[in-house]
Write a protein that binds this ligand. Structure first.
Ligand code: ASP
Length: 309
């Protein structure tokens, strides 16, 4: 007998005190599973609630691009029956996870940019909306940090966007339609996510993000890429958050899932996965298996677990 259970998180940029938002999302997802919904419906519902919250970097709370205008979102859904849908660089849609869910029913798995926007319009999910006050304030801080970063050359390795060399590179390669001089400033990151197990033993994961900042226009990282930000299979489901460039290099969700599938305990596999990333890089994972749930994080983060006992 599988006990319907769901785990949610508010991203590495969230505060532990914001866990009430994750709790509300987890309870909504759980209600979905006690009704007619399965694990996939539950994680989509939970992430929809997190996108609506406004405190987390996803959906209505998505961070502003460095031009102070663009709010570009990525999202993904996956389940252990093989459902897989994702969107990237999606604009003007407060619930990208619902477009990702719709993609999972098409012949495709990933739809991006203008095509994703047109698809959202066809689905009735297009709704232009503005940044929250929090996103605007973070944006101003970020632009200021970008402006202040010294021009110094990188040492040959590709720099992290958060480093001085990375910021200087973003300033130099500025590819936003507005001139750099018109950008006010900003930087933020976080993703919301959920993993669930339903009474039928199906596992699902979903994630949604406004992306990490600072970033060049068009940047996409782990969240919508299969096996990077999320993975689900017969042994469980995993969702990641943190600096996506580091997560995708390790196909982190897929890698951790492989260890679980091989018999490793969930928490041990998640901690081992987290340790693959360089020290100091923000990262967190949530996971679920047949008999366990876990949240591991390098920094305090909002999260919640809800299950029927
Ligand atoms: N992984 C997301 C990204 O890099 C952001 C996050 O989870 O903090 O786009």
């Amino acid at each position: 007998m599988n006990v319907p259970t769901i785990v949610t998180h508010g991203g590495t940029g969230s505060k532990r005190e914001e866990s009430d938002g994750c709790e509300a999302a987890a309870q909504s997802g759980l209600r979905e599973m006690t009704g007619r919904g399965d694990a996939l419906a539950a994680v989509v519902k939970a992430v929809t609630v997190l996108e609506e919250d406004g405190r987390f970097n996803a959906g209505r709370g998505a961070s502003l691009g460095m031009d102070g205008k663009t709010m570009s979102c990525d999202a993904a859904v996956v389940d252990s029956r093989g459902k897989l849908g994702a969107v990237a660089n999606l604009l003007e849609v407060p619930h990208p996870v619902q477009v990702a869910r719709a993609v999972a029913d098409t012949p495709h798995h990933l739809v991006v940019g203008a095509g994703a926007l047109e698809l959202a319009k066809r689905l009735g999910l297009h709704e232009p909306y503005g940044p929250t006050e929090k996103s605007k304030a973070e944006y101003r801080e970020q632009v200021e940090a970008l402006r202040r970063a010294p021009a110094g050359a990188a040492d040959g390795a590709a720099p992290d966007a958060e480093s001085d060399a990375g910021k200087a590179m973003i300033r130099r390669l500025w590819n936003y339609p507005v001139p750099w001089g018109d950008a006010v400033n900003r930087a933020a990151h976080a993703t919301v996510g959920a993993v669930a197990r339903d009474a039928g033993g199906v596992f699902a994961a979903a994630a949604s993000t406004g992306g990490s900042m600072p970033a060049l226009l068009g940047r996409v990282a782990d969240t919508p890429l299969p096996g990077c930000g999320t993975h689900a299979g017969p042994a469980g489901a995993i969702a990641c958050t943190g600096i996506g460039e580091h997560i995708l290099k390790h196909h982190l969700a897929w890698q951790v899932y492989q260890w679980i599938d091989g018999g490793m305990r969930l928490r041990e596999a998640m901690e081992r996965g987290m340790a693959l990333l360089p020290e100091g890089v923000q990262v967190a994972l949530i996971g679920i298996t047949r008999d366990d749930t876990a949240v591991v994080s390098r920094q305090p983060m909002a999260s919640a677990v809800a299950g029927l006992s």
